[in-house]
Design a protein around this ligand. Structure first.
Ligand SMILES: Nc1ncnc2c1ncn2[C@@H]1O[C@H](COP(=O)(O)OP(=O)(O)O)[C@@H](O)[C@H]1O
Ligand SMILES: [Mg+2]
Length: 247
């Protein structure tokens, strides 16, 4: 028998199955981010238990968003990247820079300009003394950095954080910082969309404070596949696998 899935790895967008309702909601949010006037980007949080299919869905969304001509930067978080806000911001700027250089959406001139942006943006991070003088926090630096990036790139941009619970674990207020940054960016007519995944308790850890976060993100709660979905996904994936092996 052909096993259509490589277990232990998120599904490739090509062999992704089911989740039609969730994909429909996310597509709507992406379209709204791209086309709303004035710009009103939407934000999506995909939550669910380990192994339920969050990363697979995020990868599928990345493929869909690229088809819709969005720039997408997917960041796989780790405890190390989330040990404090400075390192979270540093990593995001670094990965945005890499993703822009790897993308074929941008001209070499724009890529050079984004390298200058990276140097500028990282100048004050981690330098408490200099930063004190400038009265900036890493959140302010991040917000200003994203605003500057928008002015250079001017393309609907989706920042995807896979496993955002690592930030919630080590620095719960970081989620509020993120919300603040992306709310404020809206005032400048930027089309930055935030899409994240996390375990089901992502927002409930911040007791009493989570209400604004609940409203900030559209929540997609992933449940196990129904028997019907499993049957459908199994037959379509098996057909694709047979196709690949020429049976
Ligand atoms: N929609 C899907 N179609 C096909 N396989 C899936 C789908 N969702 C999850 N899987 C499979 O389930 C396993 C766990 O998925 P993953 O996306 O890594 O979960 P999570 O990120 O929630 O821990 C992987 O082996 C993946 O291939
Ligand atoms: Mg995952």
């Amino acid at each position: 028998m052909i096993n259509p899935y490589v277990t232990g790895f998120p599904a490739d967008p090509k062999s992704f199955a089911g989740r039609e309702r969730e994909l429909g909601e996310i597509k709507k949010a992406i379209d709204y981010t791209v086309h709303s006037e004035p710009a009103t980007p939407q934000n999506v949080a995909i939550v669910g238990d380990w192994g339920i299919g969050k990363t697979s869905l995020l990868n599928k969304c990345k493929a869909i968003a690229l088809d819709k001509d969005c720039f997408v930067c997917k960041i796989t978080l780790t405890p190390e990247k989330c040990k404090n806000m400075d390192s979270f911001v540093y990593n995001t700027i670094d990965e945005l820079h890499t993703a822009i250089w790897e993308s074929n959406m941008f001209t070499p001139k724009l890529k050079e300009s984004v390298s200058e942006w990276k140097i500028e943006s990282l100048k004050f991070l981690g330098l408490e003394l200099k930063r004190d003088a400038a009265k900036s926090t890493s959140s302010t630096l991040f917000k200003n950095g994203l605003l500057d990036l928008w002015r250079r790139v001017e393309k609907p941009t989706i920042i995807m954080y896979d496993d955002l619970h690592y930030l919630a674990d080590s620095y719960p207020m970081g989620l509020y910082d993120l919300r603040g940054i992306f709310q404020e960016l809206r005032e400048y007519d930027c089309r930055f969309m935030l899409m994240c995944t996390g375990v089901s308790t992502l927002f409930s850890k911040i007791r009493g404070l989570s209400e604004p976060l609940m409203r900030f993100f559209e929540h997609i709660k992933l449940k196990p596949f129904t028997l019907d979905e499993t049957k459908k996904s199994d037959s379509s994936a098996t057909a694709k696998a047979k196709n690949r092996s020429g049976i």
